[in-house]
Design a protein around this ligand. Sequence first.
Ligand SMILES: NC(=O)c1ccc[n+]([C@@H]2O[C@H](COP(=O)([O-])OP(=O)(O)OC[C@H]3O[C@@H](n4cnc5c(N)ncnc54)[C@H](OP(=O)(O)O)[C@@H]3O)[C@@H](O)[C@H]2O)c1
Length: 300
Amino acid sequence: MTTSPSAGKRVLVVGFGYLGSRLTRSLHQQGCQVWATTRTPDKLPSIHQAGGHGVLLDLITGQGMEHLPRVDAVVYCAAPPRGEAAARRRLHGPGLRRLLDHLNASPPERFVLISSTGVYGPQEEGWITEQTPPAPATEAGAVLLEAERMAQQALGQERLVVLRLAGLYGPGRVPYLRQLRAGEPLAVPQQGVLNLIHVEDAAEAARQALGQPQVPPLVLVSDGHPVPRTDYYAQVASLIGAPPPRFVAPPPGSPKAQRATGSKRISNRLLLRALAFRLRFPSYREGLAHALAPVREGGE
Ligand SMILES: NC(=O)c1ccc[n+]([C@@H]2O[C@H](COP(=O)([O-])OP(=O)(O)OC[C@H]3O[C@@H](n4cnc5c(N)ncnc54)[C@H](OP(=O)(O)O)[C@@H]3O)[C@@H](O)[C@H]2O)c1
């Protein structure tokens, strides 16, 4: 077995959520000492099970800051509860600032900021690369872009790596299963493409980004296989034995409708080259087969 570049490091995972929990387990398996944060005391046993030390932390209120350990590397993968715009602004604004100020006393060698390809507008045509200027069309994208800039000012290019993730999916994160099974129409646009990354590959990218000595300051993380939305849902339906999907137009002006004409394609060339990255799930086909295996086996 080869030694992992992150082995032996002390790592703080801020946000033991869908991505952070996988990352915590993977870092522990690679020989890191890991601390992972949550606001939720009930999650502490899961952090322990994943091999991490749990820290109760709320970056919005500042509760728990005093329990943060000194570490070699930090991965910031906190996210507000879905749809909570005010919490998003407070978390990625003053909350992140609080964390950066705290780390200033003893800066980590590497800070990996998990951001999103939502910093690019949906109307961008063709392939998006690290050179494409961001132009967020949503408030969520604008808030994350501002968070990136704040982190850059606080940490500089030497320490900071920004990973802009495409849509995360995997076990437990494939939407509309109930509607598909019931044969109900999906209120999603029929046009446009989805840019995706399986959660296991996203966690691996974050681990590589904090462990490797030379990493570009900005890397897009997608599987590089944008898929027409209709093909994606047809594949989901087929895998769970549901009838072929039907669609209805989402409400005009809704975020879903805004994405309708989007055909941006997120390149992963730098990810594959700079991190010598090998995707475990190179497209939605392999990824969905894995993500839906528990459903097909009756486990979900
Ligand atoms: N989901 C996507 O499709 C997608 C796409 C692109 C990028 N991303 C990015 O990927 C990252 C991880 O997403 P995810 O889906 O893994 O998120 P998630 O499952 O919702 O987990 C979010 C984590 O953030 C923590 N958190 C929330 N509010 C906080 C606060 N005030 N202070 C401290 N921690 C707080 C949560 O705490 P609790 O444990 O208490 O809940 C949880 O551990 C995010 O940065 C997100 O922007 C996601």
